[in-house]
Design a binder for this molecule. Sequence first.
Ligand code: PMV
Length: 323
Amino acid sequence: MERVATAPAKAILFGEHAVLYGAPAIAVAVDLRAKVALNDADEWRLNGQPLDPSENPHLSSLIRWASAENRPQDIHVVSEIPIASGLGSSAALCASIGALLEGTPSSKERIARAAHSSEVEAQGGRASPVDTSTVTLGGAVVVSNDQWPGIEHCWDVDLSGPDGDRHWAIHSLSLSPQLKSIPLVIGSTGKGSSTAKMVASVAARMHESDFRASMDRLVTCAEDSIHLLLEGDPISIGEAMNRCHALLREIGVSSPEIEALIEAALPYSLGAKMTGAGGGGCILALTQDPDSCAHAIRCAGGEAFITTMGAEGVRIENFSENL
Ligand code: PMV
């Protein structure tokens, strides 16, 4: 009997880079989904090919976590989420597969922890739980160093890695119906970039006092955005996105491709900003005119996806307990 699960993409709305210097990161699940189907098989297969553990470290880790080594599965993946674009495609796959691998349906916390551990293992010990907790919980998620007052605290994550001991508090922030109904257009530059390199380029300049002052403003912008999201006024949130983007540009993590898409989207948007590590990847535009905004992004050379914020997290579509 086939088992099926789906999980959404994620976009960082506020707090990229600043999260590494004390700010909260606020990410939303968006309604582009990855779908995974599992069927009993004689050997582990992924989309019709024998599973190569060295090429799929995420999967190997999940299989060990679920003690599923002796229950081989044919894994079939279909995804609307562009890969390597900062939209959490690997987290969505890990969460969907993690949701299906155990004998009985697992809790969201358990799935999120397993998906995060598999990302940590696959990324040499360095991965924040932002992507995996957002695609698992859905809605809007706040990840901070300490518990944040006034929003629902879900669980904590601790990690000992090459950068020392890290602690994160995971929260779920509820978005107003009005915010959930306003389209978020995602524009992809089509250019990949390395998160590790972008993070290192920022770290290398943190001793410069002007640079440090820009980072402090970015931290404040991310903190303020939590209040704006709770208040739910799209116009103020759009303005905060513009302010945040200007600061990200100031710290040098934008790129000519990102700037071209921002310039194209802005006339049709309440606000627009890059999302994630930068240097390539995607932009986000909050807009009441998604068709014109998407058209402008395409004319500027990008790929556009019209989405809404606050999509449901990982969801089991079909589950038979006799694996
Ligand atoms: O582009 P992404 O989705 O990998 O986002 C990276 C976010 C950073 O703040 C730049 C790095 C991090 O580990 O939080």
